[in-house]
Ligand binder design. Structure first.
Ligand SMILES: C[S@@+](CC[C@H](N)C(=O)[O-])C[C@H]1O[C@@H](n2cnc3c(N)ncnc32)[C@H](O)[C@@H]1O
Length: 497
């Protein structure tokens, strides 16, 4: 761990927490983690981190209390409406059509925090499915959050963006707060469960044969091996044809486990295939022994809308990856990924890196590779996740802006290009792309301004020098393109006046 804590006495405490809960602490969360640890030490009456470490090693309850403090329980009712809409309009009808009416529909909110997610699901099911024919299990590692969920009383903050008719129908006023009605409370079973527990199954409560698992905004706190392990276990908890709903910013689980991905305008969803015939010779092999490359092929083949580009020439602007693959057999997967990236082997890069981590360079390679394979939803989720830990990186913001542009989300792309320019005014490619987006949005004055900035910056470079982050485009060529765009816009505005 290469950060200010490297030699600190807090480090072994966070390592112990990581070992028992999977929680990791990237640099942007270290300060908050240290404050939590200080508070936990104070409440146990211990002054020194070293003594506290010894204490939590010996007293499991004290360690659990610390984990409670270090979890991030941010949640609210009807969070990520588009995903819930997809669940309601597509997943639920599909499952109900397939399931015999006698069999109950089994849902699990894994990492439910204070209960807003499972109660949201119970409200949707209450409205769409006959009561009694479904069950909702809600689990979390944080006992404090579960206790709050059991009370079912929430402040207005838990209802951001929720329709008032829902509040009127299912909640009653309790001072400044809102108490959930008993009908909905009784539909949800709350239980303590650590998703990273060492046993191979999740054990009790019964998490087998689930039809739908919601595991949103939980995996973002874990490292790659932990995410992989949980992905495989969640897969095994689903019935054939069962669905896993992750959050928009969550890592791409399909790359770790044999899920099939279903892309929609509401995001990417994961499903355990209905039938997965296994070759005889492999019957006894664990399910997670499938090859990752096959999964990526599967994902790509489900994207019928656009043909993924062939592995193309090296994007030379990310030149720091243009190095020879080192001979050493101990080279890290990141170094190997850099070599594959330099050769345009996007699939291998994704396999080697697996998901977003704490290293910016690796994250940029990973996101770019997803983009180059047209895995736009995955690329978007990955860029959101990388930016969460590294919000001031102009390169990561630029990638996100280019991705939004590729997805034709021009308003969002324009705003993100503006962030990039705010972070680094010298990036000609950001000005030029902002010009394109503003032209599409018919903001011609802004577009002209951006093209002129791009032109000025490119002219300051030797004509045959590559424009930074512009996929090998030469400064002279970009300057000429900017001039063409400026002339076109000026002609257009002249014709209009
Ligand atoms: C940000 S909340 C997400 C709540 C809800 N799923 C949502 O999307 O609104 C993350 C939750 O994951 C839980 N969590 C963290 N590590 C866990 C683990 N190892 N096992 C189970 N839950 C965990 C935390 O306690 C926290 O309540």
């Amino acid at each position: 761990m290469d950060n200010i804590w490297s030699k600190s006495e807090y480090l072994p405490i966070t390592e112990l927490v990581r070992d028992v809960s999977g929680l990791t602490f990237p640099s942007n969360r270290l300060g908050a983690a240290q404050r939590c640890i200080d508070l936990a030490m104070k409440s146990e009456g211990i002054a020194k981190p070293f003594d506290y470490l010894r204490h939590i090693r010996q007293d499991r309850a004290a360690l659990d209390r610390l984990v409670d403090e270090l979890t991030v329980g941010e949640t609210y009712f009807f969070r990520e409406q588009e995903r819930l809409e997809y669940f309601r309009r597509h997943i639920l009808p599909e499952l109900l059509a397939r399931k015999s009416p006698q069999k109950e529909l089994r849902l699990w909110s894994a990492g439910c925090s204070t209960g807003e997610e499972p109660y949201t699901l119970a409200i949707i099911l209450q409205e769409d499915v006959k009561a009694g024919h479904f069950s909702v299990l809600a689990t979390d590692i944080c006992r404090k959050a579960l206790a709050k969920a059991a009370g079912g009383v929430y402040s207005a903050w838990s209802f951001r963006g929720v329709d008032h008719s829902i509040i009127d129908r299912y909640f009653s006023r309790q001072g400044d707060d809102f108490a959930l009605c008993q009908d909905i409370l009784s539909l949800v079973t709350l239980a303590h469960l650590n998703l990273t527990s060492p046993s191979s199954s999740f054990g009790t409560p019964d998490t087998a044969n689930m039809d739908i698992i919601f595991c949103r905004n939980v995996l973002i706190y874990f490292d790659r091996p932990t995410i992989k392990n949980i992905a495989e276990r969640l897969f095994n908890c689903l019935s054939p044809g069962g669905w896993l709903v992750t959050g928009a910013s969550d890592p791409t689980l399909a790359l770790f486990s044999p899920f099939e991905t279903v892309s929609s305008g509401n995001g990417t969803f994961l499903r355990r295939p209905l039938e997965r015939p296994e070759p005889r010779s492999h019957r006894s092999a664990p399910r997670h022994s499938i090859s990752l490359s096959k999964d990526i092929d599967q994902i790509i083949s489900t994207r019928s809308a656009s043909k993924p580009p062939e592995p193309g020439p090296t994007p030379k602007t990310f030149g720091r990856y243009d190095r020879e693959r080192p001979e050493s057999s101990r080279e890290s997967s990141q170094e190997r990924a850099a070599g594959e990236f330099a050769q345009g082997n996007w699939k291998r890069v994704i396999e080697l890196l697996g998901t977003v981590g704490s290293d910016r360079t690796a994250n940029i390679m990973y996101i770019r590779s997803l983009m180059n394979l047209s895995l736009t939803h995955e690329a978007e989720a990955a860029s959101c996740q990388a930016l969460e830990a590294d919000p001031l990186s102009s390169e990561l913001n630029l990638l996100k802006a280019l991705l939004l542009m590729q997805m034709k989300r021009h308003d969002a792309a324009a705003k993100t290009f503006e962030t990039v320019i705010y972070l680094d005014r010298s990036l000609a490619v950001a000005h030029f792309s902002h010009g394109i987006v503003m032209t599409i949005l018919k903001e011609e004055t802004e577009a002209l301004k951006s093209y002129r900035n791009a032109h000025r910056l490119c002219q300051a470079l030797p004509a045959d020098e590559e424009v930074p982050f512009a996929e090998g485009e030469r400064a002279g060529v970009m300057a000429q393109s900017a001039v063409c765009c400026i002339k076109l816009l000026e002609a257009r505005s002249g014709a209009a006046s």
